[in-house]
Design a protein around this ligand. Structure first.
Ligand code: ARG
Ligand code: GLU
Length: 709
């Protein structure tokens, strides 16, 4: 029976060839290339990644280290998500110019807005340096010895690696440290805001619709890369010129339909696909629920206060979005793991692994790994929860506590060496300024009262009346004077005095114990990866996401999350109007968009049924960081903009299940419709290259000629 089941699964997988994975772009030749072509791709591995010629990878940029973006014109125009550019849009917004609410469109280059600190990084080339980095590593070394040799080797490799003066290099661990790759990169620092739809389009559905389908969010924003006179990376200067990219993505106006090939090319952040069952159980049954509760308690206050005041709404927009996003994701993750029986399935897989160890005589070498995981996790679970709860309270939700935490770090630096005074003052001043830039004391006090009990500490709200930290000016006064005075000032502050013992407990016992118990788990995970590949060499192994450039591919597909429910893979503008609730903070729709809908004024952006597609689903295996990644069609054209996953599928970070894991993309025709018809920014459309890959070649040529005239 079991054998039959496995055989059956094998056949199904073969037929749909769909199993997830985030692949290294320089290693697609062979298995991935074949699989992609079986799914309908017409691209070769070299079309995607090529060191000697321009290729798709040259259009893909890591956006500010956390999202993905792609170049869509020969003048450095860049597309990413609205939620990726959110911080920048917020920072240019005020009550007078509320770009969050009303959107922003630069009508020419002069109107494009510079963004201090924002950067986009491209990958020039990728190299396997495992041999050099792992040179001299032996089984008899301790973990610390191994790590220090690895970092020594990798620093040496980076130092001597050939590159141009304006390029950088970095190395990253793959397969839990079994492999290392080196990346040559180019980073651009003059990135200007070009356009953003109002939140009622870019964030339509907000938290209610976040992580779910059917979805109707136009989650996009536009930026432009500027370079120096030689087209090279440069700091902001008004003399910089729009960047001429090595490659930019043409945009298909033909869209996609169910079954079409898609590939998502971007920078996925973190996944943990090779966890033992005991770890998945710990995370979903114990760890997630406590962190969900803390965020929920904070959001209760934040959401309320944001609704009461526009000023508070603008101040807390980014912060609220960050807190709410993971909060809802974790809930979905727990749901998906439970519904798909992921823990049990992982245990079955572990039984297969154990059996293979026996059959291959590898028991002595690796037989201890799984029992050891069980033991280590049992010991690790409580401290892992405690530590993360501290972080949720002190660094994620409660800003007064965050200020005391930063101050504590500076006090420690001063105690270690009084000469750290100037540096400490500068660092802390920067941190306090950045918190106070968007701070509301009443909101924060409410958060404090709600979250602190969940960390098991007593609440003393009077500290908010006594402390200097809740006001920037008085907070900075604490930092005046010599080392001794600063230390005295801090310790005399009511909030600081309240927080200090809790922070000390964190550093001295909680974090120390966490580090000590986490280290052997990390080491064991490295060994487990080696063992898996040796015991079950025919399984598919892809490296966990690690914020490096990856290719993932699949097809446009709907899904059925539970009995009798099936989601179509495409949503339409009609659905936006269906969800419309006048003046609602999540589901309001701009008047202009309603008018365009009523007049069916869709230009060239409707599909063959005369409807404007808004979002679509695919079986591409994505994660956080893939936001803003291009969805590319079989011919290398841009068809969608990745921005989310479906709720039941967010567990794909630990357990990719092809049945219910789907990524959500905005249809590029909706993006163009908004830019052109809604915003009237036709000059941006003119800059792009629009193509019709599905109509025949002769037609295509005629159309292009016509356009040129
Ligand atoms: N869930 C998507 C992602 O993980 C979109 C987030 C947008 N933020 C929000 N709170 N709606 O980034
Ligand atoms: N919205 C996510 C991000 O910011 C991508 C969605 C996901 O996690 O799949 O990267």
């Amino acid at each position: 029976m079991r054998l039959l089941k496995i055989l059956f699964l094998f056949v199904v997988f073969q037929a749909s060839a769909q199993q997830g994975g985030m692949w290294i772009p320089s290693l697609l030749e062979g298995m991935n290339e074949d699989e992609m072509q079986n799914l309908g791709s017409k691209l070769t591995a070299q079309d995607i990644y090529d060191v000697n010629n321009s290729s798709l990878k040259d259009a893909i940029g890591h956006f500010n280290g956390g999202c993905t973006s792609e170049v869509i014109s020969d003048q450095g125009l860049v597309l990413t998500n609205h939620h990726c550019g959110y911080g920048q849009i917020q920072s240019h917004s005020s009550l007078e110019n509320d770009y969050l609410k009303d959107g922003f469109w630069a009508m020419n280059l002069e109107e494009e807005l510079p963004n201090n600190g924002l950067f986009i990084e491209f990958i020039v080339s990728i190299h396997d340096v495992s041999e050099v980095v792992l040179k001299g590593i032996t089984d008899t070394m301790t973990e610390t010895e191994k790590q220090s040799l690895i970092s020594k080797n990798s620093n040496a490799a980076m130092k001597t690696w050939p590159r141009e003066s304006w390029q950088d290099v970095k190395t990253k661990a793959f397969y839990e440290g079994n492999q290392y790759f080196l990346f040559v990169t180019e980073r651009f620092d003059d990135i200007r805001l070009v356009g953003a739809p109002p939140s009622s389009i870019g964030k339509f559905g907000s938290d209610t619709d976040n992580w779910v389908f059917p979805r109707h969010t136009g989650d996009f924003s536009l930026f432009r890369i500027y370079a120096d006179a030689n087209n090279r990376p440069a700091k902001y200067s008004k003399d910089n010129k729009p960047y001429k990219p090595k490659h930019f993505l043409p945009i298909s106006l033909d869209g996609v339909e169910e079954g079409d090939f898609t590939m998502v090319f971007g920078f996925p952040g973190t996944t943990s696909e090779y966890l033992p069952a005991v770890a998945i159980e710990h995370i979903t049954k114990d760890y997630n629920p406590t962190n969900i509760a803390i965020r929920e308690a904070a959001l209760k206050v934040i959401d309320q206060k944001m609704k009461e005041s526009d000023a508070v709404r603008i101040k807390y927009a980014s912060k609220q979005a960050r807190i709410a996003n993971a909060w809802k994701k974790w809930i979905g993750e727990n749901l998906g793991i439970k519904r798909s029986n992921a823990v049990e399935k992982r245990r079955e897989f572990e039984a297969t692994f154990t059996k293979a160890l026996k059959e291959k005589g590898l028991e002595d070498k690796y037989g201890n790994i799984l029992p050891e995981f069980d033991k280590l996790y049992k010991d690790f679970a409580p401290i892992n929860i405690k530590r993360r709860n501290f972080i949720e309270v002190f660094l994620v939700t409660n800003e007064l506590m965050q200020m005391t935490f930063r101050a504590y770090q500076v006090e420690q630096a001063l105690i270690a060496n009084p000469e750290n005074l100037e540096r400490g003052k500068t660092v802390l001043t920067g941190q306090l300024e950045s918190i106070h830039k968007n701070y509301d004391v009443n909101l924060d006090k409410g958060v404090y009262q709600n979250v602190m009990p969940l960390y098991g500490k007593s609440v003393d709200a009077s500290i908010y009346d006594k402390t200097a930290f809740t006001n920037l000016e008085s907070a900075l006064q604490l930092l005046e004077g010599d080392t001794e005075t600063v230390i005295k000032n801090l310790n005399n502050d009511a909030a600081y005095a309240y927080a200090k013992p809790i922070i000390e407990e964190f550093f001295n016992t909680i974090d120390a114990e966490y580090q000590q118990k986490n280290a052997p788990i990390t080491a064991l995970q490295t060994q487990y990866m080696t063992a898996l590949m040796e015991a079950l060499p025919n399984e598919r192994y892809f490296p966990d996401a690690n914020s490096t450039l990856r290719v993932t591919y699949g097809q446009v597909r709907g899904y059925s999350p539970r009995d009798a429910v099936y989601y179509n893979p495409v949503s339409y503008l009609d659905g936006v109007i269906e969800k419309y609730i006048p003046d609602d903070y999540e589901f309001d729709v701009p008047q202009k968009l309603i008018e365009l809908y009523e007049a069916k004024d869709y230009g060239q952006y409707a599909d063959s049924n005369g409807k404007v597609p808004v979002c679509f689903l695919g079986t591409n295996h994505t994660t956080g960081g893939n936001s803003g990644s291009p969805a590319i069609d079989a011919h290398g054209n841009l068809v969608g903009l990745n921005f989310d996953r479906v709720w039941e599928g967010t567990m794909s970070d630990m357990n990719y299940d092809p049945e219910i894991c789907r990524n959500i993309m905005v249809d590029l025709r909706y993006v163009l419709f908004i830019v052109d018809k809604y915003a009237g920014a036709k000059h941006l459309i003119d800059e792009m290259k629009l193509v019709h890959p599905k109509t025949d070649n002769s037609k295509k040529k005629k159309k292009r000629k016509k356009k040129k005239k």
